[in-house]
Design a protein around this ligand. Structure first.
Ligand SMILES: [Zn+2]
Length: 283
């Protein structure tokens, strides 16, 4: 696997800055260095996925998942002629790749009857997570603060670890890093491009996902509204704390990994740019 060839927002931003500061050597150098650093982090993310996958293959108590939300799937989808619909119905696929056994899981839901289910900041109770017990879980996702690096996700990890995992390590990786999910999504997209004429209902998307990977089919799970966990209660119960034990402030966006341990149910440890440990005390 190599890093993605298409650019991420950070790369786009830095490329623009580099172009705009061609006449200012000092600034130009500064942005060049920043870009180099950013790309090295993506490479590090790639190596981390490979290393973790090897570990997961060799140890049955060590689980590695990567997860990402596929671009929303529209219905109706008509490929033969241009069609205008006032309102499309969207189906969502949260891809979760189990790296140890190399199987992609699709958790699928749609907008019918539920307007508030959005994004992958909520992982799902029906999910793969419930099949791992007493284990170490490594969860790798895109480094997007809105989707994956936020308080809802932290509270969810603190909640899910209890009685189920010894330790959860979460690695948000830069946008350039190719997740196994990207390969899974590409398989679906290729199948849709060549084999699927039209999709008229969300249920048909389930079939498309089931049929798209021939040799190693995706495990497709349909998600109902009742399968979602509301993070509202967790927000009521736990305090958002942005200072560590030494009262130094912690910036979520700077963290490169987070560690949750069953033995310390209210503590999350952040690593890299601003290493530190914070307590999410009960309110
Ligand atoms: Zn980038």
């Amino acid at each position: 696997m190599s890093p993605k060839s298409d650019t991420c927002p950070t790369c786009d931003d830095l490329n623009n800055k580099i172009l705009a500061t061609k006449d200012n050597e000092e600034k130009y150098q500064e942005y060049e260095v920043e870009k180099e650093l950013h790309l090295r982090k993506a490479e590090k993310g790639q190596k981390n996925i490979q290393m973790q996958t090897v570990q997961a293959k060799n140890d049955s108590k060590y689980h590695v998942i990567t997860f990402d939300l596929q671009q929303a799937l529209p219905t109706p989808k008509i490929s033969t002629r241009p069609a205008f619909y006032k309102r499309k119905l969207w189906t969502y696929n949260l891809g979760t790749h189990n790296c140890g056994i190399g199987v992609g899981h699709s958790y699928v839901w749609n907008e019918i009857g539920e307007k508030r289910i959005r994004g992958n900041s909520k992982l799902l109770e029906k999910s793969i997570l419930m099949t791992f017990m007493e284990t170490l879980l490594v969860a790798i996702s895109d480094n997007c603060c809105g989707e994956n690096k936020n308080w809802n996700m932290i509270f969810f990890c603190l909640w899910v670890i209890s009685g189920r995992f010894k330790r959860i390590e979460q690695f948000p990786v830069p946008g350039d890093t190719m997740l196994p999910n990207d390969r899974d999504f590409a398989i679906v997209e290729r199948y849709v491009r060549w084999q699927v004429q039209c999709v008229y209902s969300p249920d048909e998307w389930i079939c498309v996902l089931q049929l798209s990977a021939k040799s190693n089919p995706f495990k497709v799970v349909q998600i109902q509204q009742s399968d979602f966990i509301s993070t509202t209660e967790l927000n009521l119960f736990l305090q958002r704390n942005t200072v560590n034990k030494n009262k130094e402030s912690i910036q979520l966006r700077n963290c490169a990994s987070m560690v949750f341990q069953e033995s310390e149910p209210f503590t999350v440890t952040f690593y890299e740019h601003t290493a530190g440990e914070i307590q999410c005390a009960q309110k």
